[in-house]
Design a protein around this ligand. Structure first.
Ligand SMILES: Nc1nc2c(ncn2[C@@H]2O[C@H](COP(=O)(O)OP(=O)(O)O)[C@@H](O)[C@H]2O)c(=O)[nH]1
Ligand SMILES: [Mg+2]
Length: 348
């Protein structure tokens, strides 16, 4: 008897559920269908920028998406021969907005005014390449019996430590043994960050307690490198001090130690953050006097940077950009290649 009651109850409940579902389906069918909501732009760009898991280098034009977007109006200019007034205005506005800077923009326009036989975009491409024609090879070897040192300088937060970590991986991939010198002793966290890179890449590291003399860290790193027959020392430095004069003095001292036997500074790389635009230029000028800079590393060209700053820096400072950072992964540190860079902005 009770079994029957349960069976009837289940059947009734099932009927009830079916009725409710039917009613909901009908009301949905009758309701006017809402127009599909477009994805907000910001979400789209985040999804596109999401790093993939593999370390395959993404095409440069994709990493430089922001700057490429700015150059769209130049790429769209048609016609050849002479530059019209409207075309001139477009080129001027785009170059200025992309941080090429006033002086360099003027120089590009002068060249275009002489004629654009292959079209405006091609003319701009040529002019920019002309300003990026320095020798940008890096030195890996030192004198007999000395250990080559790459010294990294730049203000706090520009990407020095990250760049060192990425470069350590590149050197190791090419078969060189690397010693990292944690010369930013301003905060313990700076050495911790470098130590993480050492663990990740298999590089050796020399570090000291917070507040220790950065010169002695570099000195010890050189001793270690020589004892172990390491191929290169990558030396981190602090990007802040109580006053700027202090910082530059300290850099001079660190440099002297790094350049004394058994060490030899073969590259002093000034790291600049591309997103700071024209500010990066004035920062650079301060460091140039103090540090004998042999090359620039321009980081954060992905994101909101306006990549024309590469051209401004190289033309106005006369120092070659040797590496660019286009993201946070190891594969995002690239040897700077002007043709690939300019093509990624101007080729259709
Ligand atoms: N998007 C992006 N972020 C970067 C790049 N290089 C460095 N960063 C980030 O910039 C921040 C500061 O870097 P860090 O190496 O600590 O700067 P440091 O103070 O000069 O040593 C970190 O969050 C890095 O991940 C780059 O090329 N692109
Ligand atoms: Mg650092």
């Amino acid at each position: 008897m009770s079994t029957w009651i349960i069976v009837v109850a289940i059947v009734l409940i099932a009927l009830l559920v079916a009725l409710v579902l039917l009613a909901r389906a009908r009301s949905r069918a009758l309701a006017p269908s809402a127009p599909p909501t477009p994805l907000p732009e910001v979400l789209v760009s985040q999804v596109q920028a999401r790093p993939t898991l593999e370390e395959e280098p993404a095409p440069l034009r994709q990493r430089l998406g922001g700057t490429r977007g700015l150059f769209e109006r130049v790429r769209a200019l048609t016609g050849e021969g002479t530059l019209s007034a409207e075309q001139r205005d477009v080129v001027e506005e785009v170059l200025l907005r992309s941080d090429v800077g006033v002086a360099t923009t003027r120089a590009v326009l002068e060249r275009l005014e002489a004629g654009v036989p292959d079209g405006v975009a091609e003319g701009v491409r040529h002019a920019l390449l002309e300003f990026l024609s320095r020798d940008r090879g890096v030195r890996l070897g030192a004198e007999e019996g000395r250990v080559p040192v790459w010294l990294f300088v730049g203000v706090n937060g520009v990407g020095k430590t990250t760049t060192i970590g990425k470069l350590a991986q590149h050197h190791i991939d090419e078969g060189r043994s690397v010693v990292l010198a944690a010369g930013d002793t301003f905060r313990a966290a700076a050495a911790d960050q470098l130590e993480q890179w050492a663990q990740r890449t298999g590089a050796d590291i020399v570090r000291a307690a917070e507040g220790a003399d950065p010169g002695s860290v570099v000195h010890d790193a050189l001793g270690r490198a020589r004892a172990r027959g390491a191929d290169i020392v990558l030396a981190d430095t602090a990007g802040r001090r109580a006053t700027n004069a202090n910082l530059l003095d300290e850099l001079r001292k660190v440099r002297r130690v790094a350049d004394r036997e058994p060490g030899q500074v073969v590259e002093t790389l000034l790291v600049l953050d591309a997103t700071t635009g024209q500010n990066a230029l004035s920062q650079a000028r301060e460091f140039l006097d103090a540090a004998d800079v042999t090359g620039i590393v321009l980081t954060k060209l992905d994101g909101t940077a306006r990549g024309g700053i590469v051209v401004a820096i190289e033309r106005e400072l006369g120092i070659p950009v040797k590496f660019v950072g286009v993201g946070e992964r190891v594969a995002d540190l690239r040897v700077f290649e002007p043709a690939a860079f300019v093509d990624s902005l101007l080729a259709s």
